[in-house]
Design a binder for this molecule. Sequence first.
Ligand SMILES: [Zn+2]
Length: 172
Amino acid sequence: MRGASDGNGEGSAGEAAIGRGGNGDRSLRARMHTAEHLLSAVMRRRFGAPRPVAAHLDGGRKGRCDYVVSRPFVPEDAVAVEAAVRGLIAQDLSVSVRRMSRVEASAHFDLEAVPPDVKTVRLVAVHGVDETPCSGAHVDSTAAVGGFRIASFTPREGGVVRLRFRVDAAPR
Ligand SMILES: [Zn+2]
Protein backbone atom coordinates (compact mmCIF):
# COMPACT_ATOMS: atom_id res chain seq x y z
CA MET A 1 0.00 0.00 0.00
CA ARG A 2 0.88 3.30 -0.78
CA GLY A 3 -0.67 6.36 0.31
CA ALA A 4 -0.78 9.31 2.49
CA SER A 5 -4.17 7.97 3.40
CA ASP A 6 -2.79 4.82 4.98
CA GLY A 7 -4.05 4.90 8.53
CA ASN A 8 -0.95 3.48 10.15
CA GLY A 9 1.45 5.69 8.29
CA GLU A 10 2.99 2.79 6.46
CA GLY A 11 2.06 3.66 2.99
CA SER A 12 4.16 6.49 1.70
CA ALA A 13 7.15 5.37 -0.27
CA GLY A 14 10.15 7.23 0.90
CA GLU A 15 13.81 7.08 1.65
CA ALA A 16 13.19 7.71 5.29
CA ALA A 17 11.48 4.39 5.60
CA ILE A 18 13.99 2.29 3.75
CA GLY A 19 15.19 -0.54 5.89
CA ARG A 20 11.97 -1.23 7.66
CA GLY A 21 10.77 -4.75 7.28
CA GLY A 22 13.17 -6.49 5.01
CA ASN A 23 13.96 -9.99 3.95
CA GLY A 24 12.36 -12.79 5.84
CA ASP A 25 9.88 -10.54 7.58
CA ARG A 26 6.91 -12.70 8.48
CA SER A 27 5.41 -10.33 11.01
CA LEU A 28 1.70 -9.80 11.04
CA ARG A 29 2.29 -6.29 9.80
CA ALA A 30 4.25 -7.55 6.80
CA ARG A 31 1.61 -10.16 6.04
CA MET A 32 -1.20 -7.63 6.23
CA HIS A 33 0.67 -5.16 4.12
CA THR A 34 1.41 -7.72 1.43
CA ALA A 35 -2.21 -8.86 1.49
CA GLU A 36 -3.19 -5.29 0.77
CA HIS A 37 -0.95 -5.21 -2.31
CA LEU A 38 -2.58 -8.40 -3.58
CA LEU A 39 -6.08 -7.10 -2.89
CA SER A 40 -5.32 -3.85 -4.67
CA ALA A 41 -3.89 -5.69 -7.68
CA VAL A 42 -7.01 -7.83 -7.93
CA MET A 43 -9.27 -4.78 -7.61
CA ARG A 44 -7.36 -3.02 -10.34
CA ARG A 45 -7.72 -5.99 -12.67
CA ARG A 46 -11.37 -6.47 -11.94
CA PHE A 47 -12.61 -2.92 -11.52
CA GLY A 48 -9.92 -0.70 -12.92
CA ALA A 49 -9.49 0.71 -9.43
CA PRO A 50 -6.12 2.42 -9.62
CA ARG A 51 -5.30 1.97 -5.92
CA PRO A 52 -7.09 2.34 -2.64
CA VAL A 53 -8.42 5.83 -2.08
CA ALA A 54 -8.10 5.11 1.61
CA ALA A 55 -6.64 2.24 3.54
CA HIS A 56 -6.19 1.30 7.14
CA LEU A 57 -4.44 -1.60 8.79
CA ASP A 58 -5.33 -1.72 12.44
CA GLY A 59 -2.11 -3.32 13.57
CA GLY A 60 -3.92 -6.60 14.06
CA ARG A 61 -5.33 -9.08 11.61
CA LYS A 62 -7.98 -6.76 10.19
CA GLY A 63 -7.65 -4.16 7.51
CA ARG A 64 -9.88 -2.10 5.32
CA CYS A 65 -9.42 -0.50 1.93
CA ASP A 66 -11.66 1.81 -0.06
CA TYR A 67 -11.67 1.52 -3.84
CA VAL A 68 -13.39 3.44 -6.58
CA VAL A 69 -15.21 0.83 -8.62
CA SER A 70 -16.47 1.03 -12.17
CA ARG A 71 -19.78 -0.66 -11.33
CA PRO A 72 -21.59 -1.68 -8.13
CA PHE A 73 -19.75 -4.25 -6.05
CA VAL A 74 -21.96 -7.27 -5.37
CA PRO A 75 -21.61 -10.36 -3.14
CA GLU A 76 -20.34 -12.41 -6.08
CA ASP A 77 -17.51 -9.91 -6.43
CA ALA A 78 -16.50 -10.45 -2.82
CA VAL A 79 -16.34 -14.19 -3.45
CA ALA A 80 -14.36 -13.74 -6.65
CA VAL A 81 -11.96 -11.18 -5.23
CA GLU A 82 -11.28 -13.32 -2.19
CA ALA A 83 -10.63 -16.32 -4.43
CA ALA A 84 -8.31 -14.32 -6.66
CA VAL A 85 -6.25 -13.06 -3.71
CA ARG A 86 -6.07 -16.57 -2.31
CA GLY A 87 -4.91 -17.76 -5.71
CA LEU A 88 -2.04 -15.27 -5.71
CA ILE A 89 -1.10 -16.38 -2.19
CA ALA A 90 -1.17 -20.03 -3.27
CA GLN A 91 1.17 -19.29 -6.18
CA ASP A 92 3.81 -18.22 -3.65
CA LEU A 93 5.01 -15.31 -5.79
CA SER A 94 8.20 -13.55 -4.81
CA VAL A 95 8.00 -10.07 -3.34
CA SER A 96 10.98 -7.87 -4.06
CA VAL A 97 12.14 -4.32 -3.53
CA ARG A 98 14.11 -1.98 -5.77
CA ARG A 99 14.84 1.71 -5.72
CA MET A 100 14.61 4.23 -8.50
CA SER A 101 15.16 7.95 -8.77
CA ARG A 102 12.01 9.95 -8.45
CA VAL A 103 12.50 11.41 -11.91
CA GLU A 104 12.76 7.99 -13.51
CA ALA A 105 9.95 6.52 -11.41
CA SER A 106 7.61 9.35 -12.30
CA ALA A 107 7.54 8.11 -15.88
CA HIS A 108 6.20 4.73 -14.80
CA PHE A 109 4.39 5.07 -11.50
CA ASP A 110 1.82 7.23 -9.81
CA LEU A 111 3.86 9.08 -7.20
CA GLU A 112 1.04 11.16 -5.83
CA ALA A 113 1.30 9.48 -2.44
CA VAL A 114 5.08 9.78 -2.24
CA PRO A 115 6.14 12.78 -0.17
CA PRO A 116 7.59 15.51 -2.40
CA ASP A 117 10.98 15.56 -0.64
CA VAL A 118 11.61 11.90 -1.45
CA LYS A 119 14.19 11.69 -4.22
CA THR A 120 14.63 7.93 -4.36
CA VAL A 121 11.45 5.91 -4.57
CA ARG A 122 11.15 2.45 -3.08
CA LEU A 123 9.23 0.09 -5.36
CA VAL A 124 7.69 -3.12 -4.12
CA ALA A 125 6.97 -5.80 -6.71
CA VAL A 126 4.86 -8.90 -6.43
CA HIS A 127 6.31 -11.01 -9.22
CA GLY A 128 4.17 -10.89 -12.34
CA VAL A 129 1.34 -9.10 -10.57
CA ASP A 130 2.10 -5.63 -9.40
CA GLU A 131 4.81 -3.09 -8.71
CA THR A 132 4.05 -0.04 -6.69
CA PRO A 133 5.79 2.65 -4.63
CA CYS A 134 5.67 1.63 -0.99
CA SER A 135 7.77 2.03 2.12
CA GLY A 136 6.13 -0.60 4.28
CA ALA A 137 7.20 -4.04 5.46
CA HIS A 138 6.34 -7.02 3.28
CA VAL A 139 6.84 -10.76 3.32
CA ASP A 140 9.32 -12.31 0.86
CA SER A 141 6.79 -14.43 -0.96
CA THR A 142 3.06 -14.43 -1.02
CA ALA A 143 2.49 -17.79 0.65
CA ALA A 144 3.70 -16.21 3.88
CA VAL A 145 0.57 -14.09 3.94
CA GLY A 146 -1.37 -17.21 4.95
CA GLY A 147 -5.13 -17.38 4.99
CA PHE A 148 -7.04 -14.42 3.60
CA ARG A 149 -10.70 -13.54 3.87
CA ILE A 150 -12.94 -10.69 2.77
CA ALA A 151 -14.91 -10.07 5.95
CA SER A 152 -17.40 -7.59 4.53
CA PHE A 153 -17.98 -4.92 1.95
CA THR A 154 -19.87 -1.65 2.20
CA PRO A 155 -20.89 0.65 -0.66
CA ARG A 156 -19.98 4.25 0.02
CA GLU A 157 -20.62 7.52 -1.74
CA GLY A 158 -18.84 8.40 -4.93
CA GLY A 159 -18.73 4.92 -6.42
CA VAL A 160 -16.53 3.68 -3.62
CA VAL A 161 -16.66 0.29 -1.96
CA ARG A 162 -15.05 -0.35 1.41
CA LEU A 163 -13.61 -3.84 1.75
CA ARG A 164 -12.72 -5.27 5.13
CA PHE A 165 -10.34 -8.18 5.13
CA ARG A 166 -8.57 -10.46 7.57
CA VAL A 167 -5.62 -12.77 7.57
CA ASP A 168 -5.23 -15.90 9.68
CA ALA A 169 -3.55 -15.76 13.06
CA ALA A 170 -0.45 -17.52 11.78
CA PRO A 171 0.88 -18.18 8.31
CA ARG A 172 0.62 -21.65 6.92
ZN1 LIG B 1 3.39 -2.08 0.70
